[in-house]
Design a protein around this ligand. Structure first.
Ligand SMILES: Cc1cc2nc3c(=O)[nH]c(=O)nc-3n(C[C@H](O)[C@H](O)[C@H](O)COP(=O)(O)OP(=O)(O)OC[C@H]3O[C@@H](n4cnc5c(N)ncnc54)[C@H](O)[C@@H]3O)c2cc1C
Length: 416
């Protein structure tokens, strides 16, 4: 009998298990994957998620894997560059875009080192439910016999198609259909940092990752999936040609594509009620959203922290299940509400007139550019940035073209 069984060993599952094991609980993690194992992701880890990794003692370990730190971003809106750095989050200034084959294996190792039992290559087929309470799981290792494994609580950290959530009919709310479709692959030979190109209903992002490589992802509105279905490679390169032809030229002249294209149109947006009697959800299983703002990994880390604390209180008799789980849900929803709305809006790949005007100011006002970049890093309040007062001020200033030209002239002079 385990204290907790965690289904899924990636960004939500392994940290949840690690933190519970560090508190002395008997934890079993089951994943059908065998690590190191890759998964679909564009890898961007913002400062908020990295701060949590540091608090677990794992940020230095990630840095030591050779993943290049990202200290500057350049977002392009047409010919307007928004260049800068998100304000530091709890002292963490850099971002990273680690290959998931590296990050996820590191998280599994950390959970195992903490004392969690990890069974890779084990598929959970169903939950054991007695009197309406989840008391364990049934499943099997590759080629093995079916086994029954029991625990005081089962955590579904099993991704957005979560078996745990589906079996328990977890209530879904704030649901929106898939908004974008995105395909990516890796390139070497390019001299590129972290760049985002905001095009007309299309978007390109470049992420420097392990192995002197860049991940380049190209997104379209989900309704245009037919373009990708007809021709993934042609569509990918056409988006780059339309949005950032200079990058396309460099890719043709110096780039080598490392791997085949990966992508999906299955990017739904929803919250699930993340608990019931004997079960809880963490990460994508409980809250899934478009990857355009790159929040999934940091959200999974926050869930791991908050949920493991709640479970610890229940397991040690210092908290009641319903109250602790209600607090967990409330904490998650409060932390994510504004960024969820921003994510769904950003995923339309369209910009209001107000935003277009604001981009003008962001291109020459360093503090405003940094604040904009801090929206996705968790260091700028979405509500304050998009308040009428702040956006109205940016729009007013955008009319002052003289100010912009003066600043650009000064910048050009300063950089020689
Ligand atoms: C195209 C794309 C780009 C993205 N880009 C970013 C980004 O740049 N930054 C960012 O922060 N996030 C990004 N995300 C989101 C991020 O990848 C996820 O939020 C994150 O992986 C969620 O982690 P998780 O542990 O909750 O779930 P998952 O990563 O989905 O892991 C679930 C695990 O559960 C296991 N599992 C499932 N069912 C079973 C079962 N029945 N039995 C045994 N094991 C099971 C699976 O094998 C898997 O290993 C992106 C996602 C996509 C699709």
């Amino acid at each position: 009998m385990y204290d907790v069984i965690v289904v899924g060993a990636r960004c939500a599952g392994s940290p949840t298990a690690m933190l519970l094991a560090r508190k002395g609980h008997r934890v079993l993690v089951l994943d059908r994957a065998e690590f190191p194992s890759d998964t679909m992701s564009t890898h961007f880890m913002h400062q908020s998620g990295l701060a949590r990794l540091r608090s677990w003692g794992l940020l230095d370990r990630l840095a030591a894997t050779g993943c290049p730190p990202i200290t500057e971003a350049v977002w392009w809106y047409g010919d307007l560059p928004i260049r800068g750095s998100a304000p530091a989050y709890d002292g963490v200034a850099e971002a990273y875009a680690p290959r998931r084959i590296v990050l996820d294996a590191m998280l599994v190792d950390a959970a195992r080192e903490a004392g969690a039992e990890i069974r890779e290559g084990f598929t959970v087929r169903e939950l054991i439910i007695e009197d309406g309470t989840v008391v364990g799981v049934r499943g099997r290792s590759h080629g093995g016999q079916e086994e029954e494994l029991r625990a005081r609580a089962v955590v579904g950290a099993d991704g957005h198609r979560s078996l745990v959530a589906r079996t328990m009919n977890a209530e879904v709310y704030k649901e929106r259909p898939s908004i974008t479709v995105a395909y990516y692959t890796y390139w070497t030979g390019l001299k590129r940092g972290y760049e985002v190109y905001l095009g007309n209903e299309q978007q390109v992002a470049v992420m420097p990752t392990h192995g002197d490589a860049c991940l380049i992802v190209c997104a379209l509105p989900n309704a245009e999936f037919g373009r990708y279905r007809a021709d993934v490679e042609g569509t990918y390169h056409q988006i780059i040609e339309d949005t950032c032809p200079e990058l396309g030229k460099e890719m043709r002249e110096h780039g080598q594509q490392m791997e085949k294209f990966t992508g999906t149109k299955d990017l739904p947006n929803f919250y699930r009620r993340p608990y019931g009697t004997g079960w809880a959800l963490a990460g994508d299983a409980g809250f899934h959203k478009d990857p355009v703002t790159g929040q999934g990994i940091a959200d999974a880390f926050r869930d791991a922290d908050v949920l493991s604390t709640a479970l610890h209180r229940v397991l040690t008799g210092t908290g009641e299940w319903d109250q602790e789980m209600a607090n967990y849900e409330e904490t998650r929803n409060q932390a994510t509400a504004a960024l969820y709305e921003f994510t769904c809006l950003a995923a339309t790949l369209q910009f209001s007139d107000r935003m277009r005007q604001a981009f003008t100011v962001l291109s020459y006002d360093q503090a405003e550019a940094n604040a904009f970049l801090g929206l996705v890093a968790g260091t700028t309040s979405v509500i304050e940035f998009f308040s009428d007062e702040h956006m109205g001020g940016l729009v007013e200033r955008s009319k002052d073209v003289g100010d912009r030209e003066l600043t650009l002239t000064r910048q050009a002079a300063a950089t020689g």
